[in-house]
Design a binder for this molecule. Structure first.
Ligand SMILES: NC(=O)c1ccc[n+]([C@@H]2O[C@H](COP(=O)([O-])OP(=O)(O)OC[C@H]3O[C@@H](n4cnc5c(N)ncnc54)[C@H](OP(=O)(O)O)[C@@H]3O)[C@@H](O)[C@H]2O)c1
Length: 283
């Protein structure tokens, strides 16, 4: 495993299991358990994924010590007005005493109040690190940094071989904020197309690796943590096999030109407002 040292001094495993789209019908539990047994020590969930209870069950059943796991969740914009209470509910759903990282999931709603609540949760020992997710979807994100007391440790954003928000990532790095990729393999909607791009396959053959392993190695070597998702236990194990090879300058150059330059999730923030702010949780 490799680690990213965050601006609060904590070390986060650079690769984690993403759990978006893993339903709470036993699938999320099975996949998280498979990941922990395979050696993952970083799990990324969210209130919005509706599977936190199963993630917590898998952690308990795995026998892996809580302090050896980096556990991330995200709170929803409608929860920002009392974000510390949202953290308390997440702790209850997950059945844990603290979270390693909590993100504000979207740049919508009262983000200032949300951040204050997360800062309070840090001061009360409920959360070790706090971060921002999808803030690059609005140019107004810069004003968020005015007057905050705890800087975000990390930002999660859509990032893959087809699309890198470079200016945003550079701005964050200049503020000491680490970066993490969601959709590191292009997401389920792109139907694994990125894995079989000619440049990706050529680099994969050279190293005796798979397309997925090359794409994940590329994330880490270009400075991003990554949380690939999978419902397939063989893929979950395969995705961990990225720490025994290194992409060289030729590989990185070949991969830099391989993608389309387009987002996979290409819905403007303005078109997401009703769906996000209108979403009703029953847990
Ligand atoms: N902050 C946000 O708003 C946000 C948004 C989206 C996602 N996320 C986070 O990012 C994580 C990753 O996103 P994602 O899961 O949607 O997309 P992803 O990791 O880019 O791609 C998942 C797809 O890749 C396939 N896959 C995974 N490993 C594979 C392998 N070794 N070989 C072949 N296919 C493979 C999966 O299929 P199989 O099931 O067949 O393996 C699935 O179709 C999420 O789970 C979530 O934690 C955050």
């Amino acid at each position: 495993m490799e680690y990213i040292t965050l601006n609060n001094g904590l070390k986060m495993p650079s690769l984690g299991l993403g759990t978006f789209g893993l339903p709470a019908d036993g699938t999320a539990k099975r996949c998280v358990l498979a990941a922990l047994r395979a050696g993952y020590r970083h799990i990324d969930t969210a209130h919005g994924y509706l599977n936190e209870r199963e993630v917590g069950e898998a952690i308990r059943e795995s026998g892996v010590k809580r302090e050896d796991i980096w556990l991330t969740t995200k709170i929803w914009p409608t929860e920002y007005p009392d974000a510390e209470a949202a953290v308390d509910r997440a702790l209850e759903r997950l059945g844990v005493e603290y979270l390693d990282l909590v993100y504000l999931h979207h740049f919508l709603g009262d983000v200032k109040a949300g951040w204050k609540g997360l800062e309070s949760a840090v001061r009360h020992g409920k959360v070790r690190s706090i971060g921002i997710s999808n803030f690059e979807r609005s140019d107004e994100y810069r004003a968020f940094f005015d007057g905050i007391e705890i800087a975000p440790a990390i930002a999660q954003m859509e990032r893959h071989i087809d699309f890198t928000p470079s200016a945003y990532a550079e701005d964050l790095r200049s503020r000491g904020i680490a970066c993490e990729a969601w959709f590191p393999l292009g997401g389920t909607v792109s139907r694994k197309a990125q894995l079989s791009l000619p440049a990706v396959q050529s680099v994969a053959r050279k190293h005796g690796k798979t397309g997925a392993q090359v794409l994940l190695r590329w994330q880490l070597q270009t400075g991003f943590a990554a949380v690939p998702g999978s419902a397939n236990e063989a893929h979950i194990a395969e995705n961990l096999g990225i720490f025994d090879f290194t992409l060289d300058a030729d590989d990185l150059a070949a991969l830099a030109g391989a993608g389309s330059g387009k987002r996979v999730f290409d819905v403007p923030l303005s078109a997401q407002v009703d769906m996000i702010m209108g979403f009703k949780f029953n847990d």
